[in-house]
Design a protein around this ligand. Sequence first.
Ligand code: AMP
Length: 395
Amino acid sequence: MEFRKLQDLELTNKKVLVRLDLNVPIKKGKITDDTRITSALPTLRYILERTSKIALMSHLGRPDGEVMPEYSLEPVGVRLAELLGVEVVFVRDYTEEPAEQVLNQLNKNQIILFENLRFHAGETKNDPDFARTLANGFDCYVNDAFGTLHRAHASVVAAAELFPGEKRAAGLLVDREISVLSGLQKKPQAPFTVIMGGSKVSDKIGVVLNLLNHANYLLIGGAMAYTFLKYQGVDVGDSRVETDKMDLVASIYRNAEARKVEIILPEDHVAAAKFDADAEAVEIPGRTIQRGLMGLDIGPRTIKRYTDIIGLSKTVLWNGPMGVFEFDKFAKGSLRVADAMARCSGFTVIGGGDSVAAANKAGIAEKIDHISTGGGASLEFLEGQILPGVKVLLK
Ligand code: AMP
C-alpha cells in the first residue's frame, strides 16, 4: 500500500490544512489527558519548520451537528499554544469567515485552529459544500488523525479530494500506524501470537480471520472466551455467551485448522455470582463453570500458559482485555498479560481501546513497541480493509 507521506509534500511557505485527532477528555474545561495533543506535535513541528501558514481541524466528542460549548476545542488551542510556543488563533465560525482571509492576516508566530468540526452536520455527512468551506484557500492537505481514518467524513475524505493527489499526505503518526499494522499483515516474525479478548466475538471476527494467515497462536480471553468454550461443549454457567455467534466461532476453527494456527482457550477462571466490582471473586480451577457463576477473568494456570507463550513470541498483537479489568478483583489476567508483553523481547503491539487502558493501568505502556491510537480504525485496518481516509492518500 503506497500512500503519500509528509516528506513527499513540498511545504515551503505553503498554506496547509491539517486534520488531527484532538479528541481529548475534558472535564469542567480542563484537559485530563493530553496524549492526543502531544502525539500530534512531531507532524506539527515538521510542518512549522517549513511554513507558518497552517490551520488545524479536529472533532471533539459527539455534538451531532449542534454547537455545544462543553465540546469546544478552545482549551485544546490553549494547550497547543503552550506546547508549540506559537499563538493559536481560534476560529469559531469558519463557515462565515473563510480561513483564507484569516490566514492572510496572520503573522509568522500564529496558526489557526478551527472550532469542533462536528458542530456542523456536514462533517459526518461527508458534505461536499462543507468540505469546500474547509479546504478553500489552502495548497496542501495533511491527515494525521489515525483514529478517524475509518470514517468517510468531510474533513477526512471530501476535503482531501479537493486537493490534487500530490498535494495530500499522511502525517507522521498515521505513517507509523499504517507501517506497523500493515507489517503485522505481511511478514510478522514467527512465532506470531495474537491475543484477543473483550466482549464480543462479532467485533473481532474480521481481524481474527485476517490475521490467521500469519499467526501461530491465537489466545482467547475476555467474555469472548466463553462463546468459544461453549462451542467446544464446555459448561460455562452464567458467563456471557453469544449463542447466535457459534457459526463465527466455527469458521475461526475451520480457518485455523487449515492454516495450522493453535487456538488456546482458558483452562481456569475467576468467577462471580454477579457482575459487580464488589462481588466475591471465586477461583474456578477447571474449564467448567457451575450455574450461578459467571467467568469474569482468566485464572492463574491460564495466565501462566498465556504469558509463557507471549514470552516465546517474536511478534505479539493484543486486542481486548482478558477480563473485566475495570473491576480490580477481575483485572489480574489483563495486567499480567500486559506485564508479559512489556517483558517480551519480540515486537509488541497493542491494538487500541480497552487493552490500551489495561496497559496504562499496569503502568507498562512505554515498554510496548507500538500502541495504536485508534480503536475502531486499527480493528478495521487489521481486518484488511482499505480505510476511506487512507484511500484518498494512496499514490
Ligand atoms: P471490547 O470493547 O470488545 O474490547 O470489550 C471490552 C470490555 O469487555 C470491557 O469493558 C470488559 O469489562 C469486558 N469484558 C471482558 N471480559 C469480560 C467477561 N468475562 N465478562 C463480561 N465482560 C467482559
